[in-house]
Ligand binder design. Structure first.
Ligand SMILES: *Cc1c(COP(=O)(O)O)cnc(C)c1O
Length: 379
């Protein structure tokens, strides 16, 4: 069933994303089952990978999600302001003057150095509250976090905290999407050596987490106490070879409608730069969607769409707000529904297909879909 508010959006704009919440529920169940005794943190950064931050969070909260992860402070604040009560870890790096906002909104902070941990302690003490933090260890990503070979001092410092609850400790894998898990194994070894600190000090280990979707699928032991799952939740595989391991279903479809039909003569080039022309008379339809919506220009002359159950090729450069399709001697009428991502009968176009055409990864396809494209939620 469609929401009235979003339905009217979809009439205003004939291009829209549909988000299949029952499919999201099924993926949630499949992932929880796969994770076994490990908990799952569901990753909602970048507008829930394009699916709509608040809607997705509310749905997952109603299913009983254990933890949420976002990239930035403001994403966490948006969730709290929408009434989300589930714990939220902000995964990204922090700047000192942001800390009071973390505390105010009960957001868990990533402590990625001794300096940052001290800032957290200080801010919590001043406010008279207990901050919640997870220590970030860099085992080979070279992004944020304390290097594994000097992490001992961070862990040492964390034991002295009086105003910060060190709830967790984590690392991030650089090559977990690949079939070859050699580099992940190196990172796991490094992480294990860091974690040995707790046993040596005879103190209880906080919540340990390391895996993203790929890491969880690469090896069950990589999930530790909690896996951090993003892409897979939305029904997209980080890599095809994971498909046998777990069954998830795409949550997003992307549709538009034909706004124009014309017949063009042979040797009459189509669109900016005249990159495509036909050697025979052909039928061309125009769609009201373009790179300004996130349908990436890099897919020009490679992408395909489905209309009336048949796949056709996009031709000429994709424009900001429109693009053209060669239907040859096929049939399409003004107003016909067009599938950009999704299924129509036997034909299907996947997010992975778009990533191939744009020579990028599914993550970028999802997070590039502009907010001007309305999201319609199937309950
Ligand atoms: C984005 C992110 C994840 C989730 O990654 P997926 O591959 O989408 O599962 C996990 N951990 C961190 C630190 C991230 O930034």
């Amino acid at each position: 069933m469609l929401h009235e508010d979003t339905l009217s959006d979809s009439v205003l704009r004939p291009t829209f994303i549909t988000v299949d919440l029952p499919a999201l529920s099924k993926n949630f169940d499949a992932i929880n089952q796969y994770a076994g005794s490990s908990k799952v943190m569901y990753i909602l950064k970048a507008n829930a990978y394009g699916h709509g931050l608040i809607k997705i969070a509310k749905h997952l909260e109603s299913l009983g999600a254990y933890y949420f992860g976002v990239a930035y402070l403001e994403e966490g604040i948006m969730l709290r302001e929408a009434g989300i009560r589930t714990p939220i870890l902000v995964l990204g790096g922090i700047i000192g003057n942001q800390i009071p906002l973390f505390l105010e909104h009960d957001l868990t902070i990533t402590a990625s150095s001794i300096e940052k941990l001290k800032q957290i302690e200080y801010a919590a003490k001043r406010r008279g509250v207990i901050a919640k933090a997870h220590l970030k260890i860099d085992t080979g990503m070279e992004r944020i976090g304390m290097h594994y070979y000097s992490a001992h001092s961070l862990l040492e410092a964390s034991l002295k905290c009086e105003h910060t609850n060190i709830e967790g400790i984590f690392t991030h894998f650089a090559n977990a999407d690949e079939a070859d898990d050699a580099y992940t194994s190196i990172q796991v070894d490094r992480f294990e050596k860091v974690l040995a600190f707790y046993e040596s000090k005879n103190v209880k280990r906080p919540l340990v987490h390391a895996s993203n979707s790929g890491g969880m699928l690469q090896h069950s032991t990589h999930s530790y106490d909690m896996a951090r799952v993003g892409l897979l939740l939305y029904g997209v595989y980080p890599n095809d070879h994971f498909k046998e391991l777990i069954k998830v279903k795409p949550v997003m479809s992307w549709k538009t409608h034909v706004v124009f039909f014309k017949v063009i003569q042979k040797d009459h080039p189509v669109s900016y730069g005249s990159t495509w022309q036909s050697d025979h008379q052909t039928r061309i339809i125009t769609l009201p969607v373009g790179y300004g919506d996130g349908y990436m220009r890099a897919m020009s002359n490679k992408a395909k769409i489905i209309v009336r159950g048949v796949k056709h090729e996009q031709v000429g450069h994709i424009c900001m707000d429109q693009m053209m399709i060669n239907i040859d001697d096929g049939t399409a009428y003004n107003g016909d529904e067009v599938i950009l991502i999704g299924q129509d009968g036997k034909e299907e176009i996947t997010i992975e297909d778009l990533a191939d055409w744009a020579q990028t990864i599914p993550y970028e396809i999802l997070t590039n879909i502009n907010t001007r494209v309305p999201r319609v939620y199937i309950e």
